[in-house]
Design a protein around this ligand. Structure first.
Ligand SMILES: Nc1ncnc2c1ncn2[C@@H]1O[C@H](COP(=O)(O)OP(=O)(O)OP(=O)(O)O)[C@@H](O)[C@H]1O
Length: 241
């Protein structure tokens, strides 16, 4: 077995991002192993979205390193990290509002397929997984916010990623849709590692195999859901206990 296969899928060392005088992400050491569903939680402004931006290559770091699949990707742009198997959805939707759901997902499938073969089947399969196949011909901009988040996940899945990063995916979903989302993530975890930024603690506690807590840009705690729930520092900083 190679080091890359047995070690972490994703690793950061001293990862830091400053915005002027503010340190949004402060020397974070982080390891994510293949097959995990990892939740990243923390109060508003803790640095979660910035951290994920550093992982994906959307935001350059001030200091520190990112390794993906055993390779140092710190200097690689976002598209090169995507080509290596990282997919992500953002809080700010990346959906093309004027295109149909089908065309949005087909664009993501096309990035992976050298020739167009199988495009329609793969596109419909990705939409089906998030429960939107019946709306394939609708215009994406007409969807509710929550359904646009699901469409983004379909676009991520269409890339057949090794790592799927989801930033607040359940925002705007109904209780019933959240149940469907949980089933989807468990299903995805059989083939991809999942990193989930999530404020809904019910979703976090029922899905995550491991939880990392960020507070003021630094890693406050890490452990399984039971350990995090019982952690006094986490209670003070986040759970309001
Ligand atoms: N482009 C930027 N310029 C200046 N400050 C920024 C920038 N992006 C983020 N920040 C600041 O960095 C800190 C961390 O923000 P970030 O959005 O990463 O937190 P978060 O944990 O994702 O918060 P939330 O849960 O509210 O989404 C905040 O104080 C924020 O105001």
């Amino acid at each position: 077995m190679t080091v890359a296969a047995s070690g972490p899928l994703l690793e950061t060392e001293g990862l830091t991002r400053r915005f002027g005088g503010l340190t949004a992400v402060d020397h974070v050491d982080f390891q994510l192993f293949p097959g995990e569903i990892r939740a990243l939680i923390g109060p508003n402004g803790a640095g979660k979205t910035t951290f994920v931006g550093l992982l994906s290559g959307r935001i350059p770091p001030s200091e520190g390193r990112v390794r993906f699949g055993g390779e140092d990707v710190t200097r690689l742009p976002a598209h090169a990290r995507m080509a290596r198997g990282m997919a992500y959805t953002f809080q700010i939707t990346s959906v093309f509002a004027n295109l149909s759901l089908f065309d949005n997902v087909a664009l993501a499938v096309q990035r992976r397929l050298a020739r167009g073969e199988g495009l329609e089947a793969e596109t419909m399969a990705a939409l089906d997984r998030v429960g939107l196949a019946g709306r394939a011909r609708q215009t994406a901009g007409d969807l509710s916010y929550g359904h646009q988040r699901l469409l983004e996940i379909a676009m991520g899945l269409a890339q057949r990623p090794r790592l799927l990063i989801l930033d607040e995916p359940t925002q705007g979903l109904s209780d019933g849709e959240i149940e469907g989302f949980k089933a989807l993530v468990r299903d995805v975890a059989a083939e991809a590692t999942v990193l989930l930024i999530e404020h809904n603690m019910d979703v976090v506690m029922s899905l995550a195999t491991r939880i990392t807590v960020l507070d003021m840009g630094a890693r406050l705690a890490e452990g399984d859901p039971a350990a995090i729930h019982a952690d006094a520092a986490v209670q003070r900083a986040y759970l309001g206990g």
